[in-house]
Every structure is written in C-alpha cells, then in structure tokens.
Design a protein around this ligand. Sequence first.
Ligand code: OAD
Length: 306
Amino acid sequence: MPGRMRNPPSTSIAEFQKLLKASNRVLALCGAGLSAASGLPTFRGAGGLWRNHQATDLATPDAFEDDPALVWLFYSWRRHLALKAKPNAGHYALAELAKKNKNFMCLTQNVDGLSPRAGHSPDMLRMLHGNLFDVKCFDEECSYIEPNNLRDPLCPSLAPASEDYPVDQTLPLLDPKKPTPQIKHEDLPQCPSCKSAGRTSLLRPGVVWFDEPLDEAMLDEVDAWVKKEPIDVMLVIGTAAAVWPAAGYTEKARTKGARIAVINPDPNAQKGLTSNDFFFDADAAEILPELFDGVIGKLEIPDQAN
Ligand code: OAD
C-alpha cells in the first residue's frame, strides 16, 4: 500500500461523471480485473497459479514446445471457463459507451471474448493479446488460422479440461496431486493446412504469448489514433499494467493531455497518479455503470440465459 500521497488523485464520482460527459476523445486500457466479476481468474495474485504453475510461465512459445499437452490443457480450461462465464455490467457499460461516443477507443488485454459478447463494437475494440477462441498453426511459416472456434472441448483428448464439477469439489485436472492427463502428440489439435501439404504441425491458441510481438498493424493503428488529436480521458481498468507495450499507453495518453482514471481495488494501482487524475478503489463491474451514467444513462443488461 503506498504511503500517504502528496497530491492524491480525486475519488469523486460526480467530478468524473462531469468530465466524461464533457469529453470527446476517450481511451481505455482493460485487463483481467474487468472479467473478475464474471468469475475468471486474474493472472497475477491469488488466481495466478494453475496446477502449481504460474499462469505466466505457461504463456510462452517455449512452454508449448516443451509440453504442448500441458499448455493445451491450461488453455482448454481457460476456454471452457470463458465460455461458461457471462459478460458483466463492466463489459456492458464499456460496450454502451462505445455506442454513445464514436471517439472512444478501447484496448483490452483480455483474450476471453467477453467484451465482444457484450456487444462492444469490433471497430472500437482492439484485442491486444489476441483471442482464446482463435486457433492457429504453431509453425510460423504457416498462416493457417481458424477464427472464433467455440468447440468445447476442442478435441476429445482435451476433454479433462472441460468437465463440469460441483462447486464444492475440485476438477481433477486442477489438483496438482493428481497426475496430469497424458496426451499423445498425435491426439492434440493438428493443423489441417500443414496436413494436406504432408507436414505435421500442431495448432495453438491464437493469443500473444510472452516473447512474442503484438500485431504490428494493430499497434500502428492504435498509435496513429493516440497521436492524431488530444485525448481527454484515459481509463485504466482492472490491469496491473505490468505488461508492455500495453502498459505504455497511459503515459502516451498523458502526453496528449489525458486525465487518467484508474479503476482497481488494489491501492497500489494509484501509483504515479496526480491530483489531476482519478482513482476508484472498486470492482469494475460495480462502478463502471455509475461512472458512465451521465453518458450512457441507466444500463440495461440483456437477459443472459444461455
Ligand atoms: P493481472 O492479473 O496482472 O492484473 C489484474 C488487475 O486487476 C490487478 O491489478 C487487480 O488488482 C485488478 N483487479 C482484480 N479484481 C478486480 C475487479 N473486480 N475490478 C477491477 N480490477 C480488479 O492482469 P492483467 O493486467 O490483465 O498477457 O495482465 C496483463 C497481461 O499479463 C495479460 O493479458 C496476460 C498476462 O500475462 C498475456 O498472456 C500476453
């Protein structure tokens, strides 16, 4: 917890509502905390361990090369959780803001697909770290990609990641005392394009892993948007802002005149903010509808029955 700040950020909801209403260009950077209220674990902190592995250790090309079955089981479990989860009021509030303000650009590090499912217009949403439901070839020479594959399980061998268990019991896959299911290489998802060319390559999740570059065209487009004109407000929602280049957008927006509003229950997340900025120590799902109220009005959440 930071010590007493010399120029603490404002925590006034009314002041922020007034600012947002008067704002033209708004940028947002979202992270795993936005989906926390939908029941999806964050990366760092309590939810970050999976079978005694740090989630971030499994999100690398080297981890996939070493043990593709383990990495596929991890991502299959995340696909299953994300498919079962429902967008929360935070996702809907952001989607609504995008409908009301055509100068609102939303960058998300989340790969769970909950923002698109909340109706957030793809024109105004950039999924910086890819999409859990895109499946692509692991061979960089092959450009095969299948977008939005919602099959669950993706193939029979990955079924242990998609079992539903009563809440008071642990899914066997998540119990590190139980052995990891052994899956033969040939039973993992194979690239159909390589297969028809007589090669064997595995498919992998269409997310950006550590040590991998983000989509260059997307970054160029976002940078052009940022540079084009002054920015009034930058929302930093549910992210530890520990991963680059995503974390760098806050300072870029500041150089374009933006006042920063951080929404995060962790008091450390207000580090670097000044009295010109805002800090809301709250669950994004609870506070975003209220913060956007002056622009989006009363938020209607559609019936989410699957
Ligand atoms: P982190 O897990 O690093 O941070 C989640 C943040 O959300 C923390 O600062 C929490 O305090 C905050 N938080 C938790 N619950 C919240 C809630 N209900 N409302 C608002 N905030 C809440 O996740 P990210 O910052 O998203 O990248 O991580 C960034 C990237 O690191 C991920 O996209 C992923 C990961 O490795 C890749 O896989 C490339």
